[in-house]
Design a protein around this ligand. Structure first.
Ligand SMILES: Cc1ncc(C[n+]2csc(CCOP(=O)(O)OP(=O)(O)O)c2C)c(N)n1
Length: 389
């Protein structure tokens, strides 16, 4: 039971599992929250069960992971400003959404991300150098998808939702108990690909979880322009149950994602999770949000900072010790140093590498292009013929 500040029981209007599918006309603000912005634990009769194993130690490790990925984000942004990365898509503000969801996955589950899920990649086991090399612009791929069960970053908005649904249908045909998780943003829900993915997922009851990080902005386009209903109300039209969770509350995200993944694995079909969060930084390092965003909005959301919320919970529970803070800071600094080191010492790719690994077997068309490009590059080394200029 949710309790108010005076300790009295109040009604928790967060959805019950599956409630929204039974009631496709679900409207209103029923947001699943298990930790209040003040750091108080809010009970929920059903979702508490999904995080009952999260004790003091696990809360500390969630705090560590969220702090580390914020540090990766800060360091990568600095590296871009110093010309070491070509671009960086910050995840500032989305740490609870990324850690809560990715820490809910099993190793054998498969993830299809967009470009902003660097925190998820870190949890799945990508090396920070693998995360950096894409944004340095010197690799055609990032990590080996089969090694960490996570596809490489997808720039084409929403298309990974189709890949995820197709993969989930394959898993289903194989009779495996793997669940598939597709990440995308609020803007992606305006894309045809996401609608198509939901049609197929619903028709075939594919074991896929659509995890939408509603960070309120699709570059300069606010979510209120893109959708006149809550995003969690869209999938119910496809027959897919949805949950709307506080995306800055790591425990709520974790409970909802675990519930949805378990449902997928046990033949229950697809689920849509809208994690309501906020992109506190720019869209990418090439963007200036002050051109389109009210600074008051940022201030309001900064007060709901996901790391601050977890700190408050730890504090309320007497767990925010100097020892924990010191360990977490040391880990974050070490990961950031590794990121910087590997980034600045990364060997440049050779120009002809771009033609490698396009096809697994020899391909005459690619060979021809490679040959042309090679002759073009060599032409720079040849002496200019007299009278040619
Ligand atoms: C099909 C397609 N259209 C347009 C773009 C250009 N574009 C890049 S990011 C972006 C906004 C995406 O917003 P959202 O889905 O909310 O994700 P967020 O960046 O907020 O995480 C757009 C329109 C693209 N990459 N792909």
């Amino acid at each position: 039971m949710l309790t108010d500040k005076a300790g009295k029981g109040v009604q928790n209007d967060a959805p019950r599992p599956g409630q929204s599918a039974q009631n496709p006309l679900r409207t209103g603000g029923n947001l699943l929250q298990l930790v209040s912005p003040e750091g108080e634990r809010i009970s929920h009769p059903e979702f508490d069960l999904w995080i009952k194993d999260i004790g003091d130690e696990q809360l500390g490790s969630l705090f560590e992971d969220m702090t580390v990925i914020r540090r990766i984000d800060t360091e990568a942004t600095a590296l871009q400003r110093q010309g070491e990365l070509a671009l960086w898509p910050p995840l500032l503000g989305q740490e609870a959404a990324q850690i809560g969801s990715s820490r809910s996955l099993r190793d054998d589950d498969f993830v299809f991300p967009s470009y902003r899920e660097s925190g998820v990649a870190y949890i799945r086991g990508a090396h920070v150098s693998e995360i950096a090399q894409v944004w340095r612009g010197n690799a055609l791929y990032a990590w080996d998808p089969q090694r960490i069960n996570m596809a490489t970053p997808q720039i084409i908005i929403g298309s990974q939702s189709l890949h995820a649904t197709g993969y989930a249908m394959g898993v289903q045909l194989d009779g495996a108990s793997t669940a598939v998780l597709a990440y995308f943003g609020d803007g992606a829900t305006s894309e045809g690909d996401v609608s198509e993915a939901m049609v197929f997922a619903a028709s075939f009851q594919a074991p896929v979880v659509f995890f939408c990080q509603n960070n309120h902005w699709a570059i300069s386009e606010p979510v209120r322009v893109q959708s006149h209903v809550q995003l969690a109300d869209r999938p119910t039209g496809f027959g897919i149950p949805s949950l709307r969770v506080d995306g800055n509350d790591v425990l709520a995200v974790m409970a909802a994602t675990r519930w949805a993944l378990d449902r997928a694995r046990s033949g229950g079909g697809p689920t849509f999770i809208e994690a309501v969060t906020y992109r506190m930084g720019p869209h990418t390092t090439a963007d200036d949000p002050t051109r389109y965003r009210d600074p008051n909005e940022l201030e309001d959301w900064a007060a709901k900072d996901p790391i601050l919320r977890l700190r408050r919970l730890l504090d309320v529970k007497g767990l925010l010790t100097e020892d924990l803070e010191g360990r977490v800071k040391a880990k974050a600094d070490a990961v950031a140093a590794e990121l910087r080191n590997s980034c600045v010492n990364m060997p440049d790719p050779q120009p002809l590498d771009v033609f490698n690994h396009v096809y697994s077997t020899p391909n005459s068309w690619i060979e021809r292009q490679k040959d042309h490009y090679s002759r073009y590059l060599n032409s720079f080394n040849q002496p200019v013929e007299e009278g040619a200029l």
